[in-house]
Design a protein around this ligand. Structure first.
Ligand SMILES: *Cc1c(COP(=O)(O)O)cnc(C)c1O
Length: 409
């Protein structure tokens, strides 16, 4: 049974059939999936959800596929962790980590969007998938398409971290490293997508793919017993995740699963690539593209496709936007590890660093509930920590050497 009415232009509201389309022919606005919420309400409610397996497909009526999900069957339902030690360190009352650094199968939130994209690509009859990626998407498309027996082409900027490259190559895709930044990779892929009949998950399948991000918000709400937090701090690259977290909460409100929708959504970027934050701070309706220069490579999109909507989300939800330097990113990665035992990648350092900043600026009050989005795993971006975390104490294999060299706690 299908709960999708079709696609609808986000700008002019013109409707389109549910096909592999992504831009409005009339106004060039992006297309978005349009659901039949009345029909969904008849079959879905918190009790029904609670009985289902603990993965992202427990919300399947709110995801844009017509048949049964075929991919990412173990993705999602990652832990929401009460961060007691971090609360103490930051002087706040109630703080949670939504931990997609342990998502299945490739340790980032991208497993959610790829699960939907591949399920949909198969419904459309594609036998080849592709993507333009800053790293995590490459990992997830490569892994999930291997399992799905799809042909796969992955395009990345040539200067990615080793962990992201190895974590893609291992699944045996055709991996193309483009000598340029992500925005150049993406432009090239848009051209290729007009010629080759491939499902580019974040280009021609984008309206469907992006919907997978909503499950991150559904889980936050469900894991807090349908009492959404006062604040969510979200890392932004293309700006899609942040808009979908807000959309997910609004949908739960519309369906009556939560009785308020007053969560403030805050945007986080690295200072070396902060076009969304700059537009917010300058109160501008346009995104000025930048040339990225930051260790947070997974967020290094200088010309974000959903940037305008990301800024609008922050404003509508009455949130704020901040950026942090590379040094602050490293400090935050270390703080999360030593307080909560969670090793996040540079993007997680961005979100936690921005959370600290917003608390200091009193834009997030210390007595209100906060969820920090941790979207990727630190083992993939080890370069960022080189020379910044000390080194092991080397000793000889005897007791004397141990007693001489090892300090006591
Ligand atoms: C892709 C990515 C994001 C942000 O995604 P957008 O939807 O493009 O804003 C956040 N964190 C990590 C680790 C990512 O890989």
């Amino acid at each position: 049974m299908s709960f999708i009415k079709g696609l609808k232009c986000r700008e002019c509201a013109r409707v389109y059939p549910k096909e592999a389309l992504y831009v409005c022919e009339y106004c060039f606005g992006p297309l978005e999936v349009d659901y039949d919420y009345a029909k969904i309400k008849k079959v879905l409610n918190p009790k029904v959800i609670a009985k289902r397996p603990k993965n992202m497909w427990r919300y399947r009526e709110l995801l844009p596929i017509d048949g049964k999900p075929t991919d990412g069957l173990d993705s999602g339902f990652t832990p929401l962790i009460r961060a007691k030690n971090l609360e103490k360190a930051l002087g706040v009352k109630e703080l949670y980590i939504k931990d997609d650094s342990v998502n299945h199968p490739t340790l980032s939130f991208k497993d959610r969007v790829v699960a939907v994209a591949l399920s949909k690509a198969k419904e459309f009859g594609f036998d080849t998938v592709a993507c333009a990626s800053t790293g995590n998407l490459a990992n997830s498309v490569a892994a999930q398409s291997a399992k799905a027996n799809l042909k796969r082409y992955i395009f990345i900027p040539a200067d990615l971290e080793l962990g992201k490259i190895v974590g893609t190559l291992i699944y045996n895709p055709i991996l193309v490293a483009v000598e340029g930044n992500y925005d150049q990779v993406n432009r090239l892929c848009s051209e290729i997508a007009t010629i080759y009949k491939w499902a580019f998950v974040n280009i021609n399948i984008r309206p469907y793919y992006a919907e997978g991000s909503k499950t991150y918000a559904y889980e936050i709400a469900e894991q807090l017993n349908f009492q959404p937090p006062k604040h969510i701090v979200v890392p932004c690259a293309g700006g899609s995740l942040i808009t979908k977290i807000w959309k997910g909460l609004k949908e739960f409100h519309k369906l009556g699963f939560i009785d308020r929708c007053d969560t403030k959504i805050h945007a986080a970027q690295a200072t070396g690539c902060a076009p969304i934050i700059t537009a917010f701070k300058e109160n501008s309706d346009v995104i000025k593209p930048v040339k990225p220069n930051t260790i947070a490579k997974s967020l290094a999109i200088g010309n974000p496709a959903d940037g305008v909507y990301a800024v609008a989300t922050v404003k509508k939800s009455k949130g704020f936007a901040e950026d942090v330097s590379d040094d602050e990113i490293v400090q935050a990665i270390k703080l999360l590890a030593k307080t909560e035992g969670i090793f996040t990648e540079t993007a997680g350092g961005v979100t936690l660093g921005v959370t600290q900043k917003l608390i200091k600026q009193r834009k997030i009050p210390k007595d209100e509930s906060i969820v920090v989005c941790i979207t990727g795993n630190g083992l993939k971006t080890q370069e960022a920590l080189t020379g910044r975390i000390g080194s092991p104490i080397k000793i000889k294999p005897n007791l004397a050497s141990f007693e001489e060299s090892v300090p006591r706690f």
